[in-house]
Design a protein around this ligand. Structure first.
Ligand SMILES: [Zn+2]
Ligand SMILES: [Zn+2]
Ligand SMILES: [Zn+2]
Length: 257
């Protein structure tokens, strides 16, 4: 199975509009971070997790020509607002399935009601809600996922496990007392880590690492990174135990270990 980071930035994206800080002015391409999203591919099946504001640009950059489904972690704008560009992957005959918890899908359809209508205006995206329960498993083509609830501030949102990898962004509590058993044997843990300073609804780098350690994954990658710390600085501080992911990074991931 192959994963590609379509974006690794926090809600503003990096560079931030109007910001002239060293990271936003950096010449290092790793310091350009579009809104966080991941593509997962296996044996001809391709899905993405979240469709942020740059989804169209991300799809073009990574040459996405087809999609079999979209998973949503939650309905915050930076994970959702590219949804309309899913229309190219749908037709009147073929609705594209969207997977998440019921309340997340309800927020999505409240934002984009026209994409779920029975009698839709021609040319709109034709989407279908597939509700997933907490810890529920589901298959899309040759890919199999489990939805794992975590806390993002006060909100329960979805992380996803697939094969030996887990993708958990926008997290401030991994709920390890319950979740540790679902996150054993990880070859790769992708975990949201915003910045050095604490934040009420996101792990800092130290908090992400401290929690990730308890799961003993073979490899830890940070995502959803802000403009406060450069890619080089994160590497300097945390490698080889953890690394910052970066836009367009592609990795092979094992099936279950
Ligand atoms: Zn976010
Ligand atoms: Zn900046
Ligand atoms: Zn969020």
């Amino acid at each position: 199975m192959r994963i590609t980071f379509l974006g690794t930035g926090t809600s503003h994206g990096v560079p931030v509009i109007g910001c002239h800080c060293p990271v936003c002015s950096s010449a290092d391409p790793h310091d350009s971070r579009w809104r966080s999203s991941l593509m997962v591919e296996k044996d001809g099946t391709r899905v993405v997790i979240d469709t942020g504001c740059e989804f169209r640009l991300q799809a073009l950059r990574s040459g996405i020509g087809s999609l079999d489904g979209v998973l949503y972690t939650h309905a915050h704008a930076d994970h959702l607002m590219g949804l309309d560009d899913l229309r190219v992957f749908t037709s009147e005959e073929k609705r594209l399935p969207l997977y998440s918890f019921g309340d997340v899908l309800d927020r999505i359809s409240a934002c984009f009601p026209y994409a779920f209508a029975d009698y839709a205006y021609k040319g709109v995206p034709r989407l279908e809600k597939r509700v997933v329960e907490e810890y529920g498993t589901f298959s899309i083509g040759s890919l199999r996922f489990q939805a794992i609830p975590v806390l993002h501030g006060m909100m329960r949102i979805a992380g996803y496990r697939f094969g030996s990898a887990a993708y958990i962004t926008d997290v401030s509590d991994l709920l390890l007392e319950t979740n540790a058993r679902y996150l054993q044997g990880l070859g790769l843990l992708v975990i949201g880590a915003l910045r050095s300073r604490p934040h009420w609804s996101h792990f800092s780098f130290d908090q992400a690492l401290e929690n990730a350690r308890k799961l003993r994954p073979q490899r830890i990658l940070f995502t959803h990174i802000s403009h406060e710390t450069s890619d080089a600085e994160i590497r300097r501080r945390y490698a080889p135990e953890a690394y910052p992911a970066y836009d367009t990074l592609t990795l092979e991931v094992d099936d279950e270990r």
